[in-house]
Design a protein around this ligand. Structure first.
Ligand code: PLP
Length: 621
């Protein structure tokens, strides 16, 4: 099982049990017991929760909330920083009601707040029982209604900060504040000129779509002063983009943000809060390297870098240490969900047997089979070249009508068997990476019960890597290679990049799946961004969701369950009325009965089948 690198990316949350099952462990407890994930899935099945299922682990979420808050708390204590940390969770990273509710609950002791990037998200934030010292930070483009609601919410005691992102918003805020008899809490978003690396580089630098440049910042300050609102400007915000790969970028950005902050103070702006946005990355691959799916720092290091940088800059300017704010979403919530799905069937390319020679074989078929005599170390590349040549010649003869279907089929099978033998020998003897890569095109395709577009949209859209492993038999050597294909009718619906212990691979090592065996996969750390970015391609809807709590004794409790979409529900999302569909089908049945193509009992059976489909799960059952 070492091939999967679970020890590296599992970070003490996910591990391999002696039984060969993948286990999950409560990071908040001293308990030595881990819970077997296949057993969890089995128990959920017994309670009617079928796969594919999104498993939310409440203890992982609590760990995520605590980790950011406690790491900032520790860094502040260690650095002798004289300000507090008041983080906010950006709702857009996972808006699901159960998730937001829990984050607010777990964040209570830390005064953890929420970030809203739109009116709907502000409406969510204002419905939560936030602690009195928590912030609600409003980012994004704001109209009058957004600004009015944010200002009015101050009357209820919410610390709702309107972050001004453009000169237009400055004017809106001045106008609306003038109408209402409440002092707003204002912030400004500054556009940093430092640009980060990674997939979200476009969120930073001169050309980013967000924030005020230095000239606009000066204009905003002047306008607020004229309007008598400068005393309301308390927070400075900047955001570099998500998943910052390199901790040096964090330091550089914090340094630049501090320059703006101290300059604004010198301008007489009474800033008290320095908000450095999101970007705290997740080490999905476990490599601890500055790559797109990994980061070269820990949460602790990130917090210490910020606290030290800000302390130094503020001391140098001889000003108070501000309250630090960050908007970490991914690092809080990504770990908390696992997508579990089954293999439905396999298209095997890695085959154990080849047909024996026959006297009337075409000579190219015989030549192909003859390669088997020299599959030896040192001649493997030659074997691959020869096998591809003969197979291509056979295919050409078939297309021209020279050989028949059965001959070409024998040739294809012999070819696959050869490639399997070559691959195994190449792996055993450490063949060149080039050769191994060529042989990856002969990996099996496992057809699995999930939709990439619905459940793992970033894997499709931006080649995001998530740890993905079989959930069982990890005490056996996985001697096959596979890519995974989803249940949509789209050739893009496949996963062909996998995190292994020593590299990112185009194929995943898997076991020889026995007939009737239930073979499960888990895709880990999918709690950030995936749920609402997912779409209804082929009308596969939301999966079932189950939230579990890991107990001290190695048991677990199912604490919440949300049924996935039914077919009727997804139809209504695309503006069908399921009742009208039912009526349409019923009319077709009635017509067939009138035309004597069906009798009444067959008609009833058809209507029942249709009704049960409408009420059923969109995935393979
Ligand atoms: N704050 C703002 C303004 C954002 O745009 C984002 C997302 O990119 C975040 C916070 C959350 O970032 P992350 O998930 O990297 O913590």
């Amino acid at each position: 099982h070492r091939v999967y690198g679970v020890e590296r990316w599992g970070k003490g949350l996910v591990e391999v049990l002696e039984t060969g099952d993948i286990g999950i462990r409560n990071p908040l407890s001293e308990s030595t017991h881990a819970v077997s994930l296949p057993k969890v899935v089995e128990a959920l099945g017994a309670r009617g929760v079928q796969t594919p299922v999104l498993l939310r682990v409440a203890s992982f979420l609590e760990h995520g909330v605590r980790r950011v808050n406690e790491s900032f708390g520790d860094a502040i204590a260690e650095a002798g920083y004289r300000g507090a940390y008041r983080g906010v969770f950006p709702i857009k990273v996972n808006q699901q009601a159960q998730i937001v509710r829990r984050i607010v609950e777990y964040g209570q002791p830390f005064g953890f707040g929420l970030e809203a990037g739109s009116k709907p998200e502000l409406v969510i934030a204002l419905s939560q029982p936030l602690p009195h010292d928590a912030l609600i930070v409003c980012n994004g483009t704001k109209d009058e209604e957004f600004v009015r609601l944010a200002i009015l919410s101050r009357k209820l005691g919410f610390n709702t900060v309107i972050v001004l992102e453009s000169l237009n918003e400055v004017e809106i805020a001045i106008r609306v504040a003038g109408e209402l008899d409440v002092d707003p809490l204002l912030g400004v978003r500054v556009k940093l000129t430092n640009q980060i690396g990674g997939a979200w580089a476009a969120s930073s630098g001169d050309r980013s779509a967000f924030g005020l440049n230095s000239e606009q910042l000066v204009t905003s300050v002047d306008r607020l002063k004229e309007a008598g609102l400068l005393h309301c400007l308390k927070l400075q915000h900047s955001h570099l983009g998500s998943q910052i790969p390199d901790v040096n970028d964090v330091r550089r950005a914090a340094t630049e943000a501090c320059r703006y902050f101290t300059e604004l103070l010198a301008e007489g702006v009474p800033l008290t809060h320095l908000d450095l946005g999101g970007g705290l990355g997740v080490d999905y691959t476990g490599e601890m390297k500055a790559t797109e799916s990994s980061v070269n720092y820990s949460v602790k290091e990130y917090c210490a870098s910020i606290v030290e940088t800000v302390r130094y800059a503020m001391d140098e300017a001889g000003v108070e240490h501000p309250t630090l704010v960050t908007e970490s979403g991914r690092a809080v919530v990504a770990m908390s969900s696992v997508l579990v799905f089954d293999v439905l069937e396999a298209t095997l390319f890695d085959v154990e047997t080849a047909p024996a020679p026959e006297p009337d074989d075409h000579h190219l078929v015989a030549d192909l089979a003859g390669i088997g005599d020299y599959v030896v170390e040192g001649r493997l590349q030659e074997c691959v070249n020869d096998a591809s040549y003969y197979r291509n010649e056979l295919r050409a003869l078939f297309r021209r009508g020279t050989i028949g279907l059965r001959q070409v089929a024998r040739g294809e099978r012999i070819y696959l068997r050869l490639m399997s033998r070559i691959r195994r020998l190449a792996e055993e003897t450490g063949g060149s990476p080039d050769l191994v890569a060529q042989l990856e095109s002969t990996a099996d395709i496992l057809h699995c019960n999930f939709s990439l577009f619905q459940s793992l949209p970033d894997v499709w859209a931006i080649d995001q890597l998530h740890p993905l492993v079989p959930l069982q038999r990890l005490n056996e050597v996985p001697d096959r290679r596979a890519i995974l294909s989803d249940i949509t009718c789209d050739s893009d619906g496949k996963i062909d990049r996998f995190i292994l212990a020593d590299r990112v691979s185009a194929t995943l090592p898997v076991h020889d799946i026995r007939p009737d065996e239930r073979y499960l996969f888990g895709t880990f750390f999918v709690g950030a961004y995936q749920e609402t970015l997912g779409d209804l391609h082929n009308l596969f809807g939301d999966t079932n969701v189950a939230t579990i709590e890991l107990r001290e004794n190695g048991e677990f409790d199912l604490i919440e369950e949300v049924e996935g979409d039914t077919i009727g529900e997804v139809l209504s999302y695309v503006e069908y009325n399921p009742r009208d569909c039912m009526d349409g089908f019923r009319r077709a049945v009635d017509r067939a009965i009138s035309n004597r193509k069906l009798d009444a009992s067959e008609g009833r059976q058809l209507i029942e089948a249709y009704r049960s489909s409408i009420n059923g799960y969109t995935y393979y059952e």
